[in-house]
Design a protein around this ligand. Structure first.
Ligand code: ZN
Length: 205
């Protein structure tokens, strides 16, 4: 599959790029990576419209982890699009709101974010339709996107990342709070640095 057919659209959810969702637009529709805070569906609808797409063109909703700024509108968007939600089992009890989510602010962005009212918003609970288990890697080929979903725990137990064959990566949050949990090995830290670089690339494209 030609990578030139893939376009990544950033959807700013909060000002100053504190929180973003992304659309990966392929030839047969698109994948939404993260769903923003509750009420983000209008912003996402506008971003879709700019690409001449509607909610119905969303083939998959990837929720990178259970924090409200990434999972907040997932249930509503599933209803509007009919697309399945893909998420990791490690955060399942948070998606269903059985267990309250914790925050571990390590960078200035998250310290700022934790001061906003958004963080305390409850969101509509949901269960993932496609649950990523343990270390399993999920191919996105069937959605027309050459790439994979990989488990990248650290920020939360169930954090996942999207890696495209073009070596671009989309991760929910780069704050490596896993360091505080003692969960990051040195190669993992290098990996996070690489992801930061690719995200910077995404910002200018
Ligand atoms: Zn987070």
């Amino acid at each position: 599959m030609m990578m030139s057919h893939i376009k990544i659209v950033r959807i700013p959810i909060l000002p100053m790029y504190m929180v973003n969702a992304h659309l990966i637009v392929g030839p047969d529709g698109c994948i939404l990576v993260d769903a923003g805070v509750p009420g983000s569906e209008h912003k996402i609808e506008r971003a879709l419209a700019k690409e001449r797409l509607t909610f119905k063109d969303i083939k998959l909703i990837v929720v990178t982890h259970a924090h409200v700024d990434h999972a907040g509108s997932a249930a509503v968007l599933r209803e509007k699009s009919g697309a399945p939600i893909l998420a990791h089992e490690g955060d399942a009890k948070h998606f269903s709101r059985e267990t309250p989510m914790t925050f571990c602010p390590t960078g200035w962005v998250s310290r700022l974010f934790i001061k906003t009212p958004f963080i305390f918003q409850p969101y509509v609970p949901f269960e993932a339709d496609i649950q990523v288990t343990r270390q399993s890697v999920i191919s996105l080929d069937r959605y027309g996107i050459p790439g994979k979903i990989r488990h990248t725990p650290g920020h939360t137990a169930g954090s996942i990342s999207v890696e495209l064959e073009s070596n671009q990566a989309l991760v929910g949050d780069l704050v490596a709070s896993g360091i505080l949990l003692g969960g990051l090995s040195e190669p993992h830290v290098r990996y996070v640095r690489l992801l930061k670089m690719t995200l910077t690339w995404l910002r200018v494209n």
